[in-house]
Design a binder for this molecule. Structure first.
Ligand SMILES: C[S@@+](CC[C@H](N)C(=O)[O-])C[C@H]1O[C@@H](n2cnc3c(N)ncnc32)[C@H](O)[C@@H]1O
Length: 134
């Protein structure tokens, strides 16, 4: 899913048999999707590139489509070297607060998609949050 049709065109070229939806993650609930997903993936700096101020709502919307125990996996740059932006827009502490408010708990954090261990100060984080089972 993407709000930018040109990005969807690229995605469709790479994976033509996959279903690709045009929509705004801030209003994910308006798409009438089924809920109870095992996993939601926001790779490639989706969170830092959201419109400023919409991030907590997007995290809430993504958490809401997960089943209890389902995972939200995100990848985001934390410095200019890992972002298509002059400076970071989101800090991990802030992101973790949004997740906690959305009923998500941090399970694991890596520095790369290959699973290298994350250390404070690293420029990239892959975070695995789980929806509460309560
Ligand atoms: C750096 S791109 C990553 C694209 C793709 N996920 C990937 O990993 O290659 C970030 C994407 O987030 C999309 N985006 C930003 N805000 C959005 C929103 N509110 N709803 C849906 N997509 C959004 C942008 O259009 C952009 O295509």
């Amino acid at each position: 899913m993407d709000v930018d049709r040109s990005m969807l065109a690229v995605a469709r070229r790479h994976a033509p048999t996959q279903e690709w939806l045009h929509g705004d993650l801030t209003h994910l609930d308006s798409l009438g999707l089924e809920t109870g997903f095992d996993l939601a993936l926001a790779a490639g700096n989706v969170i830092p590139l959201l419109a400023p101020g919409t991030e907590p709502e997007v995290v809430r919307q993504l958490a809401a489509v997960l089943r209890p125990g389902g995972l939200l996996i995100t990848g985001m740059g934390l410095d200019a070297e890992h972002l298509p932006l002059p400076e970071p827009t989101v800090a991990l502490t802030e992101f973790d607060h949004w997740c906690t408010d959305a009923g998500l708990t941090l399970r694991e954090r890596f520095a790369t998609w290959a699973g290298d261990p994350y250390r404070p100060g690293d420029g990239y984080a892959v975070s695995v949050h789980a929806r509460s089972t309560a």
